[in-house]
Design a protein around this ligand. Structure first.
Ligand SMILES: Cc1cc2nc3c(=O)[nH]c(=O)nc-3n(C[C@H](O)[C@H](O)[C@H](O)COP(=O)(O)OP(=O)(O)OC[C@H]3O[C@@H](n4cnc5c(N)ncnc54)[C@H](O)[C@@H]3O)c2cc1C
Length: 377
């Protein structure tokens, strides 16, 4: 097995590194979960896009470089190693865009993707409902046929960054008489500022106001904003989740950079006699490298399908362990400091929940990868 990169790949890496070295803001941007930080991150997306670094794996026609996933993974390594800002456009780029590439029309791709690539339109994901999280197929928000389109009604919740986003994509029940809950669903895009939409921020423990719930009351969506055939929403949504849990949401580059920061923390805070903590730091480095190799393999075996659940369980538990190790290194007051490790730790607690809980991922792994019998639900 040859794990070395080609000369073209190394040249691509060097070009990315050079650009990032010159352009990554010297000071971290304010949190993208605040209005001020959201605007600053949107401007950063525009800067990335102007140099065609915002969506490197997309075709050039939509603002990408058409370089494929292997070089996207390299770009991600350089991006996080350079300490570049978090991506405020991630719901659009990582979830909606792959869905449009697989199921959208040419017209939808031409209309939606360029402004997503520049950060001019930021997208929110509107799937979850108060009574439909893990059991997403039980969702009750409705899409009712009207002249030239659909009227949306109902409530969506836990929508990341929806308080400041421009548009959303979600699944809605369009045929309440369908014989099974996951039939009769339709996948649509809608405007968060359309008449009939109320966006209500959900207070978070850290006080940052971007998380939101959405109330929809007869919101008009034209036919051109339906993705795929009406009634096929479930099948289309399931192809989206593979992207979210698998390669895109948490690329190995992020963890390689975090493991590197952890080693530097060990060098300043570590106690050489504490072999248990030293082993946990070593585990973090080994874990990041193992995830890098596993993900490179997954990228070569697309589509990932149920295998993406392995990635999701791994990165979410890894992230938690890494941050716990950092806080243990920082000592008793580590959680009280307002630093990046404490903030990262709080967010890592949500990793086993969002993008589908790890209990659900383990069910998928048991049934679809290991062929175990279906559990009782
Ligand atoms: C930080 C964060 C960001 C999010 N962002 C978004 C977003 O942008 N858009 C969006 O649509 N949603 C978003 N979500 C919602 C997320 O997808 C849901 O929280 C998740 O799917 C779980 O649903 P739930 O919260 O309703 O929990 P429930 O489904 O009620 O689950 C509660 C508990 O029961 C367990 N459980 C449920 N069913 C089973 C089963 N069959 N077998 C074993 N255990 C089971 C679950 O694993 C969990 O531990 C976000 C959530 C978080 C925490």
């Amino acid at each position: 097995m040859d794990l070395s990169y080609t000369r073209t790949e190394e040249a691509f890496r060097a070009e990315a590194r050079e650009w990032l070295r010159e352009h990554v803001p010297a000071e971290p941007l304010p949190s993208l979960e605040t209005a001020e930080g959201f605007a600053a991150h949107r401007a950063w997306e525009a800067e990335l896009a102007a140099a065609r670094w915002s969506v490197v794996s997309w075709p050039e026609a939509y603002g990408g470089r058409g370089v494929g996933l292997a070089r996207w993974l390299l770009f991600e390594e350089e991006y996080w190693a350079a300490g570049a800002p978090g991506r405020v456009s991630q719901n659009g780029v990582q979830l909606l865009a792959p869905t449009l590439f697989d199921h959208g029309t040419a017209e939808q791709r031409a209309r939606v993707l360029p402004s997503m690539a520049t950060g001019e339109t930021i997208w929110a994901q509107a799937w979850s409902e108060p009574e439909a999280g893990s059991d997403l197929a039980s969702l009750t928000s409705r899409a009712v046929r009207t002249d030239g389109g659909w009227l949306l009604s109902g409530q969506k919740t836990w929508s990341s960054r929806a308080a400041f986003a421009d548009r959303a994509f979600g699944i809605f029940r369009s045929d309440p008489d369908a014989d099974r809950p996951h039939r009769g669903l339709t996948y649509l895009m809608f405007d968060l500022r359309a008449p009939g939409v109320t966006v209500r921020p959900i207070g978070r423990l850290d006080g940052k106001p971007a998380f939101a719930e959405l109330f929809l009351d007869g919101v008009f969506v034209p036919d051109e904003d339906v993705i795929g055939e009406p009634g096929q929403g479930w099948r289309i949504a399931m192809s989206t989740t593979g992207n979210e849990r698998g390669l895109m949401l948490r690329s190995p580059g992020r963890f390689l950079a975090a493991a590197d920061r952890l080693v530097r923390l060990w060098e300043t805070e570590g106690e050489p006699a504490d072999s248990a903590l030293r082993d946990r730091v070593a585990d973090a480095v080994i874990g990041a490298r193992a995830y890098q190799l596993f993900t490179a393999g997954a990228a070569a075996r697309l589509p990932t399908g149920a295998e993406s659940s392995l990635n999701k369980v791994f990165w979410s538990e890894y992230d938690l362990a890494l941050h716990e190790t950092a806080l243990d290194l920082l000592g008793a007051d580590g959680e009280l400091t307002d630093g990046a490790w404490a903030e990262g730790y709080v967010f890592s607690l949500a990793g086993p929940l969002y993008a589908g809980t790890n209990e659900i991922q383990r069910d998928i792994i048991a049934e679809r990868l290991l062929g175990l019998p279906k559990g009782r639900r």
